[in-house]
Structure formats: structure tokens, C-alpha cells
Write a protein that binds this ligand. Sequence first.
Ligand code: SAH
Ligand code: SF4
Length: 358
Amino acid sequence: MSVPSCLIGLTTPELVEFAQGLGESAFRGRQLGNHLYKKFAQDFDSMTDLPASFREKLKNSAVVSPLTVAQHRVSTDGVEKLLVHNGDSQVYECVLLPYEDRVSCCISTQVGCPMGCVFCATGLGGFDRNLKLSEIIGQYLLLQSISKRRISHIVFMGMGEPLLNLDAVIKALRIFHDEIGLSYRHLTISTVGLVPQIEKLAEENLPIHLALSLHSPLDEVRDRLMPVNHKWPVERVMQAMRDYQAATGRKVTFEYLLINGINDTPEQANALARLVAGVPCVVNLIPWNWVDTGNGFERPTRERVRTFRGILANRGVNVTERVERGHDIAAACGQLAGQHQGKFAKRKETAWTLPLAP
Ligand code: SAH
Ligand code: SF4
């Protein structure tokens, strides 16, 4: 028996080829594309305008989506979190984020993450594998199939480091734009700061939004929080971001996690303002969400966050603060770690140095 292929991730021309391979017309292939990417079908039975004989052939040769929902949690503030897998123990998560003026979603790019940031639940849980193109797009399509409103924005801020899975992520960006019809400007990639991959992404010249997880302007602090800083320290990654900004003409975002007494000092606020001066950017402050890191980290008080923010604003930095959502269902960034399995899902050892070679 042949292994069923998954249709999500194929472009319309590829679906046409697939339909023709089953002895159907090009038109049927285009209909398939319409069902997958415009009507968000999750199975063949809902494609009622396809002839029953074609649907039978499809069922025998392919599946629509590789994803199975293991858990679905709904927060009191409307946020919904799905824990999904492909029939094995490797779970990953995606989150639906409805706002008054738009609906956004947060998707994963890896099962776990090998980067080992010491404040992050995903990083603490180790790394299993990259997600495939079908699994990346499948998260959006699944969320859209349960959302009453159109999801117009995607942030790649779930589990994993998107730039370690760059080929699949770039293909996914193109499908989100070309097939699903999302604006590139509404797609945001967040990276820990992999310099060669940032440079490669700039060469693609897609008008997406790039965010760097900076978290400290000082190497001695960033070194302790994010092992990647040993390889590409602050000045090196800032140069890559400045180059990216200049090449694309798009404003960049610097995400800045605030951990009490570690990186939220006035000294670092001032150094951060100096570091980003002259770069068309937004600094997004994120009060750290508590996860059991074992190293005594705490979330700063409102007062400390206000002070940090005030210093940046006074120095002319464009600064925003992330509004926390889905608190009651652990949907926040850095908490996407398969908590259903206890403290953290146990994955392979973190080996952040391995996949980094350009
Ligand atoms: N790997 C990418 C994208 C996924 S993490 C990256 O690191 O940028 C998305 C964001 O959540 C990053 O800015 C990350 O630093 C942040 N984050 C991780 N753990 C967090 C926590 N416990 N509380 C708040 N934000 C966290
Ligand atoms: Fe990976 Fe991002 Fe978590 Fe760091 S913060 S461990 S890069 S998911």
C-alpha cells in the first residue's frame, strides 16, 4: 500500500499535476486548491462539489492535513490553544489570538527548540525535529477552520526557532501569500538572532516583518540568557538587523523580555536606547511569563516595567508593551512546552551548537 501523501503545502500548479496524475482534469486540481486554501477544508467529505468518484480516489491516495488535535483549550479572553501531533508523541502548539480589529495566530516551526535560552519553556524542554511545510501551514488552516473570523496575521513565535527551518518557512510564507491571500506585511518572523539566516532572508526580499529577540544590549547579560550570543554577539546581530532593515526598507522589531533585576535595569534601558538609535524600529517590551526555569527568575513589577519603558520613550525610542493573552490556558510565549506531560516534555538533549553552522 502506498503511503498517503498530504495535500497541504502543495501549490495550485502542483495540485493540478496531482489531480492529473489521478486521471482528472486541471480544473479539478484548481478546485482542490480552492477547498484547501480558500475554504479551509479539513477532509475530503466536505468537498461536496467534487464528484464522488474523485473523492474516493483522493481518499485512497492522500490525506488533507497531517495534523491531529490532541488538546483544545479555550481561554476566558477568547484565546484558543491547540496541541497537535501527527499520530506520534511529538506534539507542537498553535494559538488563535482574536483582537477587536483583527484575528492573529501564533504558530510553531519546530518540535521543541535547540537554542537553549534559559528563560524559555520550549528551550528548556530540548529539541526533536523541524516541522515540515505541511505541518507549518496546517496549523494556520486548522486554526482558521475553527475561527469564525478571518485570520489575517501570523506570528512565527510558537515553539522553535524559525530560521533553523528556513527553507520550509520561506515556502510557507509564499503559500500564505500566493495561495491563501495573506499580506506579507501581516506575517512576522521572530528570531533568536542567527546572522547567516537573517542575511539569507534579506536576499529573499519578501516584505515580511522581522523581529529580533534582543533581551539585553549588553553581551555579558545576553550571553547568560541566550547561548546564541556567544556565536553572534549583540553588535554582530545588530549589524545584521540594520542591514536587513536597509535592504528591505521595512521597520524591524526588537523584542525585549523583562526579567526582574536581570535585564530590566535603567542602565540597560539607556544602553538599549543608544543601541537602536537611528534604526527604523519598534521595541516591544514583554514582561517575562513565569515558567519553572529553576534559576529564580521573576517577572518585574508594573513599576519597574513603567520605568524601563519611560527611559526608552524619553530618549525617542518607539516602544510598545505586549498585552498578555490566554493566561489561564498557558498560551503565552515561552510557555508552549507540552505541559500536558508534566513539567516539560522530555526531548533530546539541547544541542544548540549543532545546527548553527551557516
Ligand atoms: N525562537 C524565536 C521565536 C519563538 S519564541 C525567538 O526566540 O525569537 C517567541 C518569543 O517569546 C521570543 O521573543 C522569546 O524570547 C519569547 N519568550 C520565550 N520565553 C518567554 C517567557 N517565559 N515569557 C515571555 N516571553 C518569552
Ligand atoms: Fe528557542 Fe526562541 Fe525559546 Fe530561545 S526563546 S529557546 S530560540 S523558542
